[in-house]
Ligand binder design. Structure first.
Ligand SMILES: [Zn+2]
Length: 128
């Protein structure tokens, strides 16, 4: 499923999963206090730190995605007409998951069964 999404959406999904994982770990660790008493407090502390690391990692991913998406060129998807963003030479549309590519040579063999690559029309580009 996730390999069908665009790169930005995929990274956002991973960020969300890490937040949920981190919170899950922290809740699990806290329940250790109830189950194991004083020993559980140490376990809870360890799990709390792990959960924090997971949350911070996801914040890093969100920050990175934010930086990428501001520098990514915005273009009109030729398939569904919505505005989407592209990372790298090839990426999928965020809405209809059509493969978009800048390179006509790559478009010839870069397709899979269900979707033909289409050449995007660039409306605005931000260069940095
Ligand atoms: Zn599209």
């Amino acid at each position: 499923m996730k390999w069908k999404a665009s790169k930005i959406s995929t990274m956002r999904t991973w960020g969300l999963l890490l937040v949920l994982l981190g919170m899950g770990i922290m809740v699990f660790g806290t329940s250790g206090i109830l189950l194991f008493g004083n020993v559980g407090k140490i376990i809870a502390a360890v799990f709390m730190v792990l959960g924090m690391i997971s949350c911070f990692a996801s914040m890093g991913i969100y920050f990175y995605v934010g930086m990428l998406s501001t520098s990514a060129p915005v273009l009109d998807c030729p398939e569904c007409g919505k505005k989407t963003k592209m990372l790298g030479r090839t990426d999928r549309c965020m809405y209809c998951h059509t493969i978009l590519t800048w390179d006509p040579a790559y478009a010839a063999d870069g397709h899979d069964e269900d979707s033909e690559p289409a050449s995007p029309t660039v409306t605005t580009t931000t260069s940095s």
